[in-house]
Design a protein around this ligand. Structure first.
Ligand code: HEC
Length: 131
């Protein structure tokens, strides 16, 4: 009998460990780390020279630019722009969207996937409210 209750106790312990995943964990899409990495590489290759590694507008070339690139990581800037706005500026360049022509157009350099990925990456550069 003691042995039987031991078995029951063991079964209960294993049952606890097999708790069903919460519905949120099942349905929420995982962030695409692969696309994010493509965006990061693209940003570092084509954009960071002016916009800076963190998007703060302090790339090595920024001293040379008038106006300086704005701080893309600023949460209040991020709030005012949709992804479509950012894509548009990236594809058509500053001259295409009424900003400085020092922002080059990337529509012939980057394909749709890379533009999407770089926008995803810019979103990840958004600073938290505390900083
Ligand atoms: C030669 C320097 C330079 C490079 C390289 C460059 N930018 Fe810019 N970018 C600028 C300048 C200057 C502006 C206009 C000033 C500003 O930030 O509003 C600008 C503006 C922007 C804006 C619009 C900001 C707004 O006010 O709406 C976005 C988005 C942007 N750049 C993204 C990128 C991305 C992504 C890349 C790389 C694919 C890139 N830039 C490469 C200089 C550069």
């Amino acid at each position: 009998m003691k042995f039987a209750s031991l078995i029951v106790a063991l079964l209960m312990i294993t049952a606890c460990h097999r708790a069903a995943p919460s519905p949120a964990a099942v349905t929420r899409p995982r962030p695409s780390l692969y696309e994010m990495e493509i965006g990061k590489q693209t940003f570092q290759t084509y954009c960071a020279g002016c916009h800076g590694d963190t998007g703060a507008g302090d790339g090595f070339n920024s001293f040379n630019l008038d106006p300086h690139p704005r701080d893309l990581s600023d949460p209040s800037f991020q709030k005012t722009k949709s992804n479509a706005d950012l894509e548009d500026a990236i594809r058509r360049g500053g001259a295409g969207v009424g900003l400085s022509s020092l922002m080059p157009p990337w529509g012939r350099t980057l394909d749709a996937r890379h533009v999407d990925a770089v926008v995803l990456y810019i979103r990840s550069l958004r600073r938290g409210p505390s900083r």
